[in-house]
Design a protein around this ligand. Structure first.
Ligand SMILES: [Zn+2]
Ligand SMILES: [Zn+2]
Length: 121
């Protein structure tokens, strides 16, 4: 069901609702509205009506903020940072590795403290 809007006054004809006050039953397609139908408000003819475009669906979903894979953990001793997105290829950890999946014996490449000394940034 489409909606047609009067380009002059903005009155809207909704095919689902019709225009019962004007003798048009609910569910009447715009094409079947009488050719001499005029806007109930400003009396312009059907030709002045325009189909209202369907609002576009929001295609993109906002990525959740601290989603796994996008967090950063900082060594509380030296400040070295582990980015889940970047991993730590020099230390055998592939980009995209979640902190939970980093081996428990992982140590800070700089100061050698264990994972437990890292904090989420
Ligand atoms: Zn109008
Ligand atoms: Zn460190």
């Amino acid at each position: 069901m489409a909606v047609y809007v009067c380009s002059v006054c903005g009155w809207a004809y909704d095919e689902a609702e019709g225009a019962p006050d004007n003798g048009i039953n609910p569910g009447t397609p715009w094409e079947q509205v009488a050719a001499d139908f005029r806007c109930p408000i400003c009396k312009v003819p059907k030709s002045k009506f325009e189909k209202q475009e369907e609002p576009e669906e929001e295609a993109k979903e906002e990525a959740a903020e601290s989603a796994p894979g996008s967090r950063t953990f900082v060594c509380s001793i030296c400040g070295w940072t582990y980015s889940e997105a970047e991993g730590a290829p020099d230390n055998g950890i592939a980009p995209g590795t979640a902190w939970e999946d980093v081996p428990a014996d992982f140590r800070c490449p700089i100061c050698k403290v264990p994972k437990s000394k890292f904090e989420e940034a």
